[in-house]
Design a protein around this ligand. Structure first.
Ligand SMILES: [Zn+2]
Length: 187
C-alpha cells in the first residue's frame, strides 16, 4: 500500500504529483517510449488506467500503441505457420486444480465478506504464495466470488490526508517556481 493506493491497481503505471497536478506515467517495456496523463482529480487508479487504455496503451506488461500495432502485424504474418491451440490444452492440470481449490478454501476462510478485509494477516499475496498461484489470479478470484477489498477506514482517512498533503506541496512548489522565474531568481 502506498499513498496512491494498491500498487497492483495501477497495472504498471507510475503515479506522481507534478506542478500541482496528479500524473500517471507509462513507459513502454518494448521501446522505452513513454506518455504521461495529468488530471485534476486525485489518485484514483481506475481513471488513469482507463485513460491509458483509451489512448491505445496495453497495461500489465506496458506496451505503447506503436509496439501493440507492430506485435499485431507480426502475429498476422506468422499466423499461417502456427498450429492452432486445441481447446483441451486450456484445461488446467490436476495439480493446478488442487492449487485453485486450496486458494478458494483459504479465501473463504480468511476473507471477511461483510467488511471487505482479510483476517489473521492474510492477503491476496499471502494466499498466492501459500498456494503457488499468481497474486493476480487470487485477486481476480476473490473479486469475482467474494467481493472487493475495502481499505480499513483509519488507513483510508490517513491516505486521503497524505494525498492532500502531497498535492499541497506540489502546488506550493509550482507557485515558488513560477514566482522565482518571474522575479529572475534562479530556482
Ligand atoms: Zn513501444
Amino acid at each position: 500500500m502506498t499513498i496512491y493506493g494498491r500498487q497492483s491497481a495501477w497495472k504498471g503505471l507510475v503515479p506522481f504529483f507534478e506542478a500541482g497536478k496528479f500524473c500517471a506515467r507509462a513507459t513502454c517495456e518494448t521501446c522505452g517510449g513513454h506518455n504521461t496523463w495529468r488530471s485534476e482529480r486525485g489518485g484514483d487508479p481506475s481513471i488513469s488506467v482507463k485513460r491509458a487504455r483509451q489512448s491505445g496503451w496495453r497495461l500489465g506488461r506496458i506496451t505503447c500503441p506503436d509496439c501493440v500495432a507492430k506485435a499485431k502485424e507480426k502475429k498476422v504474418n506468422t499466423k499461417a505457420n502456427v498450429t492452432p491451440i486445441k481447446a483441451d490444452t486450456q484445461i488446467p492440470s490436476p495439480d493446478a486444480r488442487q492449487k485453485r481449490r486450496d486458494a478458494h478454501e483459504l479465501i473463504a476462510l480468511a476473507f471477511d465478506l461483510a467488511n471487505g478485509i482479510y483476517k489473521d494477516g492474510y492477503s491476496d499475496a499471502r494466499i498466492a504464495k501459500e498456494t503457488g498461484l499468481s497474486e493476480d489470479w487470487v485477486a481476480k478470484r476473490r473479486e469475482d466470488e467474494f467481493g472487493p477489498l475495502k481499505e480499513p477506514d483509519e488507513l483510508a482517512a490517513l491516505r486521503a490526508e497524505l494525498v492532500g498533503a502531497a498535492q499541497t506541496i506540489a502546488q506550493v512548489q509550482a507557485k515558488f517556481e513560477a514566482l522565482s522565474k518571474k522575479m529572475g531568481w534562479a530556482a
